[in-house]
Design a protein around this ligand. Structure first.
Ligand code: ADE
Length: 245
């Protein structure tokens, strides 16, 4: 029996999450925010565990998906208040490094620290704060039991990267580069809810020139493996295989 009775799943893009939504039979969630926020929420039952899926939703000005750190943090903070989860999981896509064992479509679980690579504050006492070092759940043995690789996730606000970003990504020891996890980790750190991420690789940052072109080309492949692995992970948690809080 799982120690986690309610699990909040956070995703940025509708297209990243809709196959999982269908496969686990999610329906619109009952409780929601009292504000006209764009987050869209669904719920499902998996073996007696309540699953809440919360998407960042669309921007009402541009109609695009609310990707990025700010909306991921706000969505998570609001959903934590609405549903009081015992565990938060972010599932989504990421860029990654072939030199660190990544391949397109390969899925990683996060290690126990989350970082930013573009929050540079070179003032005394602010450097590590800028880098994040936000706590995540240590899922190393759980990942090993499921034969899944783990990697450090470094988050920033751009799909592409500058040389300074790359320097910071390496300094953070990151295998994965994406745009949401550290924002979500911040909301979980503030509220004391355990958190980890599941990231599927769309593009190899150290092998291909354009992150955007590769992202679009490989998105469907990455989402397929993301969906399968997220389901496997959830089923294992529901069986009680993730150690309790
Ligand atoms: N999501 C998928 N690929 C990404 C990349 N290269 N950078 C940031 N977020 C991503």
């Amino acid at each position: 029996m799982s120690a986690y009775r309610t699990i909040l799943l956070v995703a940025a893009m509708e297209q990243e999450s809709s196959p999982l939504k269908q496969s686990l039979d999610f329906r619109p969630a009952t409780a929601s925010s009292r504000f006209a926020v764009p987050f869209s929420r669904f719920e499902a039952d998996l073996g007696g565990t309540r699953l809440i899926l919360s998407l960042n939703g669309k921007d009402r000005r541009y109609g695009n998906e609310n990707v990025g750190l700010e909306m991921a943090a706000l969505n998570t903070y609001d959903a934590i208040h609405a549903y009081s989860p015992d565990l938060v999981i972010n599932f989504g896509t990421a860029g990654a490094f072939k030199d660190r064992g990544a391949e397109v479509g390969k899925v990683f679980l996060s290690k126990d620290r989350f970082f930013f690579h573009d929050h540079r504050i070179p003032l005394s006492g602010y450097e590590d704060y800028g880098r994040g070092y936000l706590p995540g759940l240590d899922v190393e043995s759980f990942a090993q039991a499921l034969s899944l690789p783990t990697g450090i996730v470094s988050s920033g606000s751009s799909l592409d990267f500058t040389d300074r970003d790359l320097e910071e990504i390496h300094r953070n020891g990151a295998t994965l580069k994406e745009m949401e996890a550290a924002g979500i980790a911040w909301s979980c750190y503030l509220t004391g809810i355990p958190f980890f991420a599941i990231k599927s690789v769309t593009n190899l940052v150290d092998k291909t020139v354009s992150s955007a072109t590769e992202f679009e080309k490989n998105f469907a492949v990455a989402v397929e493996s993301l969906t399968n692995t997220t389901r496997t992970v959830l089923e294992a948690i529901v069986r009680g295989e993730l150690p309790g809080k």
